[in-house]
Design a protein around this ligand. Structure first.
Ligand code: ZN
Length: 144
């Protein structure tokens, strides 16, 4: 099905194509310091396709920390964090925040805690290549 998501003000919106009616959506509450402070709960599916439409690119704050291999896209107008991207060998991967999904029943979410503290950078990138959304398109101000 086609899952819609957007930040509170709508500046960062996305469509996520996901197998299944209803889809089974893992929801991982990440225990990193950023996600604890933001209440970040993420999902991805390597077979899904993500199209992100950003209305005003100047109102998107990109935040990275630690190994700086992941970039949090924060809407600087409403403060929501709808997605995280990671560029690995010139390929863009992403996970999306289940809290910004619009047309999803809460019963479709399979919630679990996630702790990636012990990973080194190599293991982290390998995991993202396996699990994150690998078909990601981001359109800013109408330009791909
Ligand atoms: Zn917003």
């Amino acid at each position: 099905m086609l899952i819609d998501g957007k930040c509170h003000c709508g500046n960062i919106a996305f469509e996520l194509e996901w197998e299944g009616e209803p889809p089974e959506i893992p929801a991982r509450a990440c225990s990193c310091s950023f996600c604890v402070k933001h209440g970040g709960v993420w999902t991805s599916n390597p077979k899904s396709r993500l199209t992100v439409a950003i209305g005003d690119g100047s109102l998107v704050s990109k935040y990275a920390f630690g190994s700086r291999t992941a970039t949090f896209l924060v809407c600087s107008r409403c403060g929501t964090v709808p997605l995280v991207t990671s560029e690995i060998a010139n390929h863009l991967y992403a996970v999306v925040n289940v809290n910004v999904l619009e047309n999803v029943d809460q019963s479709w979410l399979h919630r679990a805690a996630a702790n990636f503290e012990g990973e080194d950078v190599e293991a982290r990138l390998a995991r993202r290549k396996r699990n994150w959304i690998a078909d990601v398109r981001i359109i800013v101000d109408g330009v791909a």
